[in-house]
Design a binder for this molecule. Structure first.
Ligand SMILES: C[S@@+](CC[C@H](N)C(=O)[O-])C[C@H]1O[C@@H](n2cnc3c(N)ncnc32)[C@H](O)[C@@H]1O
Ligand code: SF4
Length: 373
């Protein structure tokens, strides 16, 4: 029987909602809501087992677990204890080298909570800081202060914890107020994170600071400055939005980019079963999911998009017909000349940091000239 060894769990509560965030989450008013969430997870086990059975799959010892949200650090000690039980209900254990990530908000954690997660097996904490400047933290309406960020980073260092930092570019007022991202990053680097996720703020039309967003040029400059800076400091730019010290790349996230299977639980969480190209998305209100089965062509297209995101490189021959290969060859030669693409040997190509910025445009150039996908 084929196996699924990666697990995502979505904790859908926060202490307070940031003004830009589009994740599925709500403010937790009282503890009865956590009980409702636990019930939701319990009710998910049976339909999920059935889905796996129908697809000839079984969950085995986990290679990675990712607790995302919302704000999982708010789930706290109770969450760690609950999950210990939930893993048994799912009949899964953690592999000895399991990469186990918990997302942490700098204003929503307690020492005893993080220690309970450690005890359960968490060995990677992903801290949402977004900015190291109090003014920008305030513009985003975050629940914490810069002081809370510093306290959390100090705590991680004292306990020698392995952690990643979420950092955002393209923030409101950044161009007007001349935000200095490198100054901010210099401060963050003092705490020596093993990993950075670097997100460009995406917003909706009615975003409260819609009229104060920076220009494309400003954002591109921020992105290239940060990428160069982190590379100079020993981080690999291993995916469009991710940097790691060698050996600290997130294997869980790499599974998504490799279109591998990842089981998922929690309201609005999405799982994927690679062997049957099945995507399932949990409904928010009830422990039921909607299924989408990708056609072979859709799956291939998705694989191309995903592979283009990482520094592992891709072989265009896997995606295009014999007749189309000369067209691709011309395009890739052009992109190499302009520093957007590089060869990694064995027929594999990958985008450079500059190329990542133009990823969608480059893919569109391919699609305009080919028919395979
Ligand atoms: C679930 S949150 C991380 C944990 C915790 N909820 C927090 O915010 O501290 C995941 C990350 O997604 C990023 N993010 C959220 N909304 C975003 C948006 N609209 N555009 C870009 N990145 C966003 C932030 O960097 C955030 O840290
Ligand atoms: S704390 Fe995190 S999940 Fe919650 S609203 Fe803010 S960015 Fe979104």
């Amino acid at each position: 029987m084929a196996i699924v060894d990666r697990l995502y769990i979505h904790f859908p509560f926060c202490r307070h909602l940031c003004n830009y965030c589009d994740f599925y989450k709500k403010v937790r008013v009282d503890s009865s809501e956590t009980l409702g969430f636990h019930k939701y997870l319990e009710n998910s086990v049976e339909p999920h087992n059935q889905l796996l059975n129908e697809n000839g799959l079984t969950m085995t010892d986990m290679a990675s677990v990712f607790i995302g949200g919302g704000t999982p650090s708010l789930w706290g000690k109770e969450g760690a204890e609950y999950l210990d039980d939930f893993f048994q209900k799912l009949n899964v254990k953690l592999r000895k080298d399991c990469e186990f990530t918990v997302e942490v908000n700098p204003g929503s954690w307690k020492e005893e909570d993080l220690m309970a997660w450690r005890k359960l097996g968490a060995n990677r904490f992903s801290l949402g800081i977004q900015s190291f400047n109090q003014t920008f933290i305030k513009h985003l309406d975050r629940v914490h202060s810069l002081e809370d960020v510093v306290d959390t980073l100090k705590f991680f260092n004292e306990r020698e914890l392995n952690f990643s930092v979420d950092f955002m570019l393209g923030l409101p007022f950044s161009e007007r107020d001349n935000r200095d991202v490198l100054e901010e990053l210099k401060e963050v680097l003092k705490y020596n994170p093993n990993h950075f996720s670097l997100y460009i703020l995406t917003t909706k039309e009615n975003y409260v600071h819609h009229n104060h967003l920076p220009t494309e040029e400003w954002i591109e400059k921020e992105y290239m400055d940060v990428s160069n800076f982190l590379k100079q400091h020993g981080y690999l730019h291993y995916e469009v939005s991710n940097f790691a010290k060698p050996g600290f790349e997130s294997t869980h996230n790499l599974a998504y980019w490799e279109s591998d299977s990842v089981a998922a639980f929690g309201p609005s969480a999405t799982g994927f079963l690679s062997s049957s190209r099945t995507r399932y998305k949990w409904r928010p209100a009830r422990a039921e999911f909607e299924i989408e089965i990708l056609t072979e062509k859709e799956f291939k297209l998705e694989q191309l998009y995903m592979k283009f995101r990482t520094n592992r490189g891709l072989n265009f021959d896997d995606f295009f017909s014999e007749a189309e290969r000369p067209i691709i060859k011309n395009l890739t030669a052009e992109w190499q000349k302009t520093g957007l693409l590089e060869s990694v040997g064995d027929g594999l190509y990958r985008l450079t940091s500059k190329g990542y910025l133009s990823m969608d445009g480059l893919l569109n150039q391919i699609f305009a000239r080919t028919k395979s996908l």
